[in-house]
Design a protein around this ligand. Structure first.
Ligand code: ADP
Ligand code: AMP
Length: 220
């Protein structure tokens, strides 16, 4: 079963996707990480996406959908981290899944918005892997250094307060409606975790869900 991680920036989706990769063999597909790699490499997609990302706006649907098509071709279950983010993307994903005879359940990271700015401004990222830390909630062993590679960590340019405000507004306007999309009474496929809880606690909730094999009717 493929998983769609749904929730605002800073909810903890990337953190948990990395843990589930290690524990259960999922493959994390983070659209943000793919886009940032394109920006670093200066590809045409990266050049086009950069302005939107720097300002905290969503990248246009057609670019994202084109980027995601080949991703679902690979074998094995994926965690879609940061996709879909609009109703148009969700409909395109459903069409892709239908064509490839695959299914997916959505996991909502339910969190009080008041914690998000602190989580994002305190986030440190290992650019090459997308691994993240937090100055207070999940510090690296050595400040500013990735535990696994010893390489320096960065603060993402869009993790500053002004851009965070735009990103959260984009989430409320364009992504939050997907909660109702996946919680459709006719075809419910949404489960929630309490993402306000400490990191290990959220991992325990997800482990329970995944071990019980998240089902299409939303029950764990
Ligand atoms: P997302 O991928 O949803 O944008 P991240 O997984 O990158 O969010 O988490 C954002 C920041 O908050 C990171 O610095 C991470 O270490 C921290 N974080 C993640 N989950 C929690 C949690 N449950 N409690 C406190 N901090 C968390
Ligand atoms: P993230 O790493 O998930 O926080 O995403 C960082 C930025 O990448 C977002 O603010 C958007 O500009 C862009 N982005 C990532 N995923 C998507 C998506 N599915 N649709 C549109 N834009 C996206």
């Amino acid at each position: 079963m493929n998983l769609i991680f749904l929730g605002p920036p800073g909810a903890g989706k990337g953190t948990q996707a990395k843990v589930l990769e290690q524990r259960f063999g999922y493959r994390q597909v983070s659209t943000g990480d793919i886009l940032r790699a394109n920006v670093r490499e200066g590809t045409p997609l990266g050049v086009e996406a950069k302005g939107y990302m720097d300002s905290g706006k969503l990248v246009p649907d057609e670019l994202i959908i084109r980027m995601m098509e080949p991703v679902l071709d690979a074998a094995g279950d994926v965690i879609l981290d940061g996709f879909p983010r609009t109703t148009t993307q969700a409909e395109a994903l459903d069409e892709l899944l239908r064509r490839k005879r695959k299914s997916a359940a959505a996991v909502l990271f339910a969190v009080d918005p008041s914690v998000l700015t602190e989580r994002l401004t305190g986030r440190w990222t290992h650019a090459a892997s997308g691994r993240t830390y937090h100055v207070r909630h999940n510090p690296p062993k050595l400040p500013g250094i990735d535990d696994q590679t010893g390489e320096p960590l960065i603060q993402r340019p869009d993790d500053k307060e002004e851009t965070i405000r735009t990103r959260l507004a984009e989430y409320d306007a364009l992504t939050a409606p997907l909660i109702a999309y996946y919680d459709d009474p006719a075809d419910p496929r949404l489960v929630s975790v309490d993402a306000l809880a400490p990191i290990d606690d959220v991992t325990a909730q997800l482990t329970k869900l995944v071990s019980g094999n998240v089902s299409r009717n939303g029950a764990a």
